[in-house]
Design a protein around this ligand. Structure first.
Ligand code: IDP
Ligand code: MG
Length: 140
């Protein structure tokens, strides 16, 4: 195993329900370190670029609308095996299928309103971190 970085987003459904602290507590309790974090409101263009891999999916327009509907908190997490660890802590995409005790099971409301995003590979993590953060904003 190696120390990795991953990009996490606390989505509008969670920030608007005042769950930022509760989600951060889960991440920290599970051993991930939050080494960069900021709250921002995504523009439509930013959401469509960030989620561009899903452009052809039926849910794309509705999902991007959700992602721009309220602020998000974007963060860089560091830890052993952080990409897979964060995916485990998050739980399955659909909260109804997520394990008990995961963030999505406990805080997600639907597949679209599923509380958090996490990078799916170390390569994509580096691309996604670069989308939101400059080097001087990440303090390990
Ligand atoms: P992931 O977030 O678990 O990696 P992806 O398949 O990459 O899941 O999808 C990105 C996001 O798009 C999901 O987190 C979810 O919020 C949203 N999404 C995925 N499938 C659907 C769907 O069928 N309806 C609405 N939103 C969806
Ligand atoms: Mg994904």
């Amino acid at each position: 195993m190696a120390v990795e970085r991953t990009l996490s987003i606390i989505k509008p459904d969670a920030t608007s329900r005042n769950l930022t602290g509760a989600i951060n507590a889960r991440l920290e309790q599970e051993g991930l370190r939050i080494v960069a974090q900021k709250r921002l409101r995504l523009t439509k263009a930013q959401a469509e670029e960030f989620y561009g891999v899903h452009r052809d999916k039926a849910f794309f327009d509705s999902f991007c609308e959700h992602m721009t509907s309220a602020p998000v908190v974007v963060q860089v997490l560091v830890g052993e095996n952080a990409v897979a660890e964060n995916r485990r802590i998050m739980g399955a995409t659909n909260p109804a299928n997520a394990e008990i005790g995961t963030i999505r099971r406990d805080f997600g409301q639907s597949v679209e309103h599923n509380a958090v995003h996490g990078s799916d590979s170390p390569e994509n993590a580096e691309i996604e971190i670069g989308f939101f953060f400059g080097r001087m904003e990440i303090v390990g």
